[in-house]
Design a protein around this ligand. Structure first.
Ligand code: ADP
Length: 246
């Protein structure tokens, strides 16, 4: 079966820094796949290359069989490949519902889309997704008044507003109170199971990624160090030396 996302021999340098060195990996439709590695190992650079935030130096990136490595972010998002960031990107002065509607408009910027986001259906979808992440009661509150963990949930709901086929999450649990992390894990699993969203997740918290992902890729010094099922990765000597044992 062809993978939904196929990364082949992708390299990317910033000046003298070789951030990604001939990386190849695959994410299959409907799966939850993890990307781990020490700080500076090239995880965020790879995500940025995949979503079109910068051009790659070499290699090919295919999404649903289509070469996307020369497409722009908005065009890739329109194909259903969406990414969230480590830092929350919400508008603190706007309500949760308003943030949801704005998020949906970012997938496209033509007039039809603007008309679309004002529709009643979009409003209902925003409310349903806020309920899904447990924020329905807070839907008319300013997003800036939410706790950090709640803001991350809002951001997750905002990403879902774009109806992604694949969602790429950059450290979704970073900075979240440990007691709220299990709730977020459940929501991620549920989004995967209920909406069929394929998830590709960068995560530092080993407990989180081991319980979420079916397959994990590990980077070190810009190169792919290991890949396998969580239990294989956990016991991989190279991974332990480069990362887990650090
Ligand atoms: P990770 O996400 O695994 O922490 P990054 O992809 O952020 O790693 O960084 C990989 C390497 O590329 C690091 O050495 C980092 O300093 C460098 N790097 C990342 N982005 C840029 C950039 N925009 N300009 C210059 N160097 C960068």
């Amino acid at each position: 079966m062809t993978a939904m996302l196929e990364v082949k021999n992708v390299s990317k340098s910033f000046g003298a820094v070789r951030a990604n060195e001939s990386i190849s990996l695959e994410v299959h439709e409907g799966r939850i796949v993890g990307l781990i590695g020490p700080n500076g190992s090239g995880k965020t650079t790879l995500f940025s290359s995949i979503v079109g935030a910068h051009p790659v130096d070499e290699g090919s990136i295919r999404f649903q069989g289509r070469e996307i490595s020369r497409l722009r972010v908005a065009d890739i998002a329109r194909l259903g490949l969406i990414r969230t960031f480590q830092q929350t990107r919400i508008y603190g002065g706007m309500t949760c519902v308003e943030n949801m509607l704005i998020s949906a408009s970012q997938r496209g910027s033509n007039l039809l889309d603007l008309f679309h986001i004002r529709s009643a259906a979009r409003g209902r979808q925003a409310e349903d997704l806020l309920a899904f992440v447990g924020l329905h009661a807070k839907r008319h509150l300013r997003a800036g008044s939410l706790s950090f963990g709640q803001q991350k949930l809002l951001e997750f709901a905002m990403a879902l507003m774009n109806e992604p086929k694949m969602l790429m999450l950059d450290e979704p649990t970073a900075g979240i109170n440990p007691t709220l992390i299990d709730g977020l894990i459940d929501r991620l699993k549920q989004a995967n199971a209920t909406f069929g969203v394929t998830l590709f997740i960068i995560e530092h918290n080993m407990r989180v990624i081991m319980s979420l992902a079916e397959r994990i890729y590990c980077l070190a010094h810009g190169e792919l160090l290991a890949e396998g099922r969580p239990e294989e990765i956990r016991n991989d000597r190279r991974v332990i030396d480069a990362y887990l044992g650090a």
